[in-house]
Design a protein around this ligand. Structure first.
Ligand code: ATP
Length: 247
């Protein structure tokens, strides 16, 4: 299966008496997208915070325990840009922080490459507050990738976009993961998105358990909209969702 960037073994996390993650195992690999499909409140964002090292697992966790936490870039549903900065200055935010610690050289060239890949070169010197939703989210992706993180964490980054913009950004993201070799984790509740982007797909239920691993069919829009994997996932997904009315 190739090398892993990061592995979690038996990772569990609770808040009070609510078990959010229960014995989670996962492996991230370079240039691949792992999709975690789960309903609202199932613990998807909690999992990403744990992978980013912003919180700690109660038991289990990163295995083997690294001397240094893998570097991560995060893209949220909201691009969270600095409106008074230019597009380029927004994309450089993470680099400035790291460069101040003397770890990144030649930042301008890296950011220019990313902006070009994301179709933002002509907007680079303009203000960030005049961007469309899709353009702003592309800047957020550039900002996350600029420091060349080991792991790219995607927290429903496309769900606020219109369908056409969403599809185009899904395609660009897939290409960027391949080209940069970053290990990506996408959390989503959208089954079509999971099939389109996932090299591997897993389901998170509301008791915090991860279910089967499915080998994905990434890059196939037809399969994402109406293929057999989508049908299998939908059936399994509806089977693990909580019954309404607590029954
Ligand atoms: N810091 C916290 N303290 C207490 N409870 C928390 C905390 N963070 C998350 N939770 C609870 O953990 C559960 C999972 O939350 P999380 O935000 O990870 O879900 P999610 O799958 O990302 O949901 P959504 O798709 O709605 O964003 C929820 O019941 C939430 O209330």
């Amino acid at each position: 299966m190739g090398p892993t960037t990061l592995s979690v073994r038996a990772g569990s996390k609770s808040y009070g008496d609510r078990t959010v993650l229960d014995g989670v195992d996962l492996d991230l690999r370079p240039g691949r997208v792992l999709v975690v499909l789960g309903s609202s409140g199932s613990g998807k964002s909690t999992l990403l915070r744990l992978l980013a090292g912003l919180e700690e697992f109660d038991t289990g966790g990163l295995d083997p325990r690294p001397r240094q936490w893998p570097t991560t870039g995060v893209v949220f549903q909201d691009p969270l840009l600095m409106p008074w900065f230019t597009v380029r200055a927004n994309a450089e935010l993470g680099l400035r922080y790291r460069a101040n610690r003397g770890r990144v050289e030649d930042t301008a060239a890296q950011v220019d490459d990313l902006l070009r890949w994301l179709g933002l070169a002509e907007l680079a010197d303009g203000p960030a507050d005049r961007l469309s939703g899709g353009q702003a989210q592309r800047v957020a992706i550039a900002r996350a990738l600029a420091p060349a993180p080991d792991v790219l964490l995607l927290d429903e980054p496309f769900s606020a976009l219109d369908p056409v913009t969403r599809e185009s950004l899904q395609e660009r993201t897939r290409a960027l993961v391949r080209d940069t070799g970053v290990s990506a984790v996408l959390v989503t509740h959208d089954v079509s998105e999971a099939v389109y982007l996932g090299d591997e797909i897993t389901l998170l239920d509301n008791s915090g358990r991860l279910h089967e691993r499915w080998e994905g069919q990434p890059g196939d829009r037809g399969a994402a909209e109406s293929g057999p994997l989508r049908s299998q996932l939908l059936e399994r997904y509806s089977g693990i969702l909580p019954t309404r009315g607590g029954g």
